[in-house]
Design a protein around this ligand. Sequence first.
Ligand SMILES: CC(C)(COP(=O)(O)OP(=O)(O)OC[C@H]1O[C@@H](n2cnc3c(N)ncnc32)[C@H](O)[C@@H]1OP(=O)(O)O)[C@@H](O)C(=O)NCCC(=O)NCCS
Length: 173
Amino acid sequence: MDPIYERSSAAVTVRRALPGDAEAVRAIRNHAIEHSTALWTQTPQSSPESVAWLATHLERGSAFVAETAGDVAGFAVYGPWRALDGYRYTVEDSVYVREDRHGLGIGSALLAALIDSAGAAGHHVMIAGIEAGNTASIRLHERFGFQHVGTVPEVGTKFGRWLDLTLMRLPLT
Ligand SMILES: CC(C)(COP(=O)(O)OP(=O)(O)OC[C@H]1O[C@@H](n2cnc3c(N)ncnc32)[C@H](O)[C@@H]1OP(=O)(O)O)[C@@H](O)C(=O)NCCC(=O)NCCS
């Protein structure tokens, strides 16, 4: 394990994700898909899709998990914000914590590791795209200095209603 990206407190340890974390990550991700507007899809990820999705992140070193009491309690990844090569120094983050472990500092520990890692990899800006009503995620990002860029109204839909996207931005270098 790369010690630079290992962060721990008495309650939580953040480490780089490993292939064996795919099922735990899938369970957390699928819970968010089924029960929240954090991810704008209602299609759960299959086991093979989860392995492939995580493998892409493992190859570029952009996936982390948080453990509490030896269990995976959350994960975080960053990836390209947009596909064209002119956007290559900008990444978008995703942070997910198991519902029964919210509010314990786990999201903060994961986001700190992501910011360190993306900055060390030479990225210039991190973007967060957050459903405008997701106060926990907005507060989490504010805590790390992300600035509100704006909110794009009604660009998504789920559970029979329109969703607004709040964009937040953190300079990394
Ligand atoms: C958003 C999320 C990752 C935050 O993780 P967490 O471990 O609960 O967050 P932390 O305990 O580190 O708290 C971070 C900050 O958010 C605040 N916060 C946490 N839950 C909150 C809530 N429900 N409402 C308002 N603020 C909240 C905390 O008070 C803290 O701010 P503070 O330092 O000013 O007190 C977590 O709620 C989650 O996984 N939500 C579902 C998935 C999701 O929405 N992911 C983000 C997609 S953009």
